[in-house]
Structure formats: C-alpha cells, structure tokens
Design a protein around this ligand. Structure first.
Ligand SMILES: Nc1ncnc2c1ncn2[C@@H]1O[C@H](COP(=O)(O)OP(=O)(O)O)[C@@H](O)[C@H]1O
Ligand SMILES: CC(=O)N[C@@H](CCC(=O)OP(=O)(O)O)C(=O)O
Length: 282
C-alpha cells in the first residue's frame, strides 16, 4: 500500500515536469560512494523515462586533488576556486574529461539509457575568459563562462543524456579550468531550464556551517546574493551559480544532500522538500 501511495504522490510532479529541462550538478560525496554512484545513474535514467530532459554537469574536485598530490603539485583554493597553472589545467582536463566523465557515461549506459559525454570544447558548447578570485587575486587559467551555445546539447538531448565536464577554452584556444557549479548555473540559464539541482556533501546551505541541522530550507535569490560576499569555501560558487541561474530565468535552484540515497527523486517527486530551495526574489 505504501508503495502505491508513493507513486500516487509522484504523479502530479511527473505531470508538472514532463518535457521540462532539469540541470543536475553532480559532485561531492555522491560521486565517491560506489553504491550512491549506481543509484544516481539509475535515478537519472528514471527521469528520462518519465519524460524530463535531464542534463548532467559534473565536478570531480576531490579526484583532481588526489592526482595533483600524487604528482607532488601544490593544491590551493581561493574563494572555492582552484588556483590553476597550465599543469593544473592539464590534470583537471585529464581527470574530468578522461576519467570522471567517461565513468558517469558508462554507468548511465549500463542502466539502460545511452548517455554522451561533452566538455566546453565539444560543439563549441561554451567559451570562457580568464577570471580572478573574489578579491581580484590572480588564480591562473580559471575560466568564467562568457557564452554558451546550446545547439550541441539540444541535438544530443533528443536521444541521449548529455553529461558535461567543466573545462573549456578561451577565444585563443587556451584551455581553462571552470568550476563545475558555475558551469551548471550557466548551462541551466542558457537552456531556460526549469530547475538546477546541486548535489553536494552537506544537507544544504547551512546558516552555521558547523551545524548540519541549520539548513536554510527556502530563500529568495536576493537573500543569497546578500550573503555571498562573506561566504567561504565550496558553498560560495554554488550559491553564486544559484543566483546566476535564477536571474537568468531558471525557476528554482536547489542544493541537496547527495549522500542521501535517491535525493534527486525525493526532491523532484515527493511533497517533503529536502535541502535548500532558492526561488526568485520576492
Ligand atoms: N554555509 C555553508 N553551508 C554549507 N556548506 C558550506 C557552508 N560554508 C562552507 N561550506 C562548505 O562547502 C562544501 C561544499 O562545497 P564543495 O566542497 O565544493 O562541494 P561539491 O564537490 O559538492 O561541489 C561543504 O562540504 C562545506 O564544507
Ligand atoms: C576552477 C575550479 O575550481 N575548478 C574545479 C573543477 C571541478 C569541480 O568544480 O569539482 P567539484 O564540483 O567536485 O568541486 C576544480 O578544479 O576543482
């Protein structure tokens, strides 16, 4: 009886989301645990089967750090962005495009829905220019996305699930490392997505980062914007991406706990909202 109840609860949501684009940023702990990786792939396939248009943008920061440490390279972040010299960009590209992207594609394929991997260079998906840290610091070849050409995504998404790695080039063809949260926000905006959902390794945006019970369950983009200036660490680019997406016409941005099994389905298809929901300013 309980299972039927769950299905009935999902029905209005399935109807609401039918044909709508949902950009899913996949990163953090949800990528580290093998069981969660399988569940994530299956959940994405379910979304496609029930008529949504899921687009995956993935990170892989911890993997990049591991490979850099193996090579005795210094690892440094400023305002949640990795300081990236030319060697770092090369490692980021190898790890994100060569390893993480292909792992996700293969896993989604195995669950019955073909996926196709892309980076910013494929089909000229996005072009970047060199950016700085939040205080104007030189952080090397870190890109901010200036232009997204959604043509390639629309072609691929007709039949496949697009899986996008956040590296791209500037107008002179120089590769840059792009924060995956920023890439997800920019792609959601360019696609006119209904939602962008960030899966991470905390229960949501926390009022007090040391207290997991202090989740801010709902807020306006204006409140997020006011808080960003004082934010530190990986939550900063995530919140920035939420604001960018909402200002660009995306209806809702969510930050949810990727460590929770099936968090994506729970967020989309049940009445109990989880994590943080960012809506347009009131
Ligand atoms: N106010 C906050 N609320 C939640 N997390 C925060 C906050 N401030 C800093 N953080 C940090 O941001 C991290 C999430 O960002 P990040 O490590 O980049 O995750 P991901 O790999 O999922 O993109 C959390 O693990 C937490 O340590
Ligand atoms: C410029 C910059 O910070 N690039 C990120 C790209 C990967 C990423 O964003 O991964 P997560 O989403 O798992 O953190 C990095 O090098 O870590």
């Amino acid at each position: 009886m309980r299972d039927v109840g769950t299905l009935l609860e999902a029905l209005p949501y399935i109807r609401e989301f039918h044909g709508k684009t949902v950009v899913i940023k996949y990163g953090g702990a949800a990528m580290n645990d093998p069981a969660l990786r399988e569940e994530f792939a299956r959940d994405v396939v379910i979304l496609k089967y029930v008529g949504l248009n899921p687009i995956i943008v993935h990170g892989g920061g911890p993997d990049i750090t591991r490979y850099m440490q193996r090579l005795d390279m210094p690892v440094e972040f400023v305002g949640g962005l990795r300081v990236s010299d030319a060697d770092t960009v090369e490692i980021a590209k190898m790890v994100l495009v060569g390893k993480v992207n292909k792992d996700i594609v293969a896993r989604i394929n195995r669950h019955g829905q073909p996926a196709v991997g892309l980076s910013g260079d494929d089909g000229q998906l996005f072009r970047v220019s060199t950016t700085t840290g939040p205080g104007g610091e030189d952080i090397g070849f870190v890109g901010k996305i200036d232009r997204v050409d959604i043509g390639v995504i629309n072609h691929i998404a007709e039949d496949y699930i697009p899986v996008i790695a956040s590296v791209g080039a500037d107008r002179d063809g120089r590769s840059h490392n792009v924060n995956a949260d920023e890439a997800a926000g920019a792609i959601a905006r360019a696609m006119g997505a209904y939602k962008v959902i960030f899966l991470t390794d905390v229960p949501g945006w926390l009022r007090d980062p040391s207290d997991p019970d202090s989740v801010i369950s709902e807020c306006g983009a204006d409140e997020v914007e006011a808080a960003i200036e004082t934010m530190q660490g990986g939550m900063r680019p995530k919140l920035q991406a939420c604001v960018e997406a909402i200002h660009g016409g995306v209806t809702y941005a969510h930050i949810i706990d990727g460590r929770l099994p099936h968090s994506l389905l729970l967020e989309l298809f049940t009445d109990a909202g989880i994590g943080t929901k960012v809506r347009p300013a009131t």
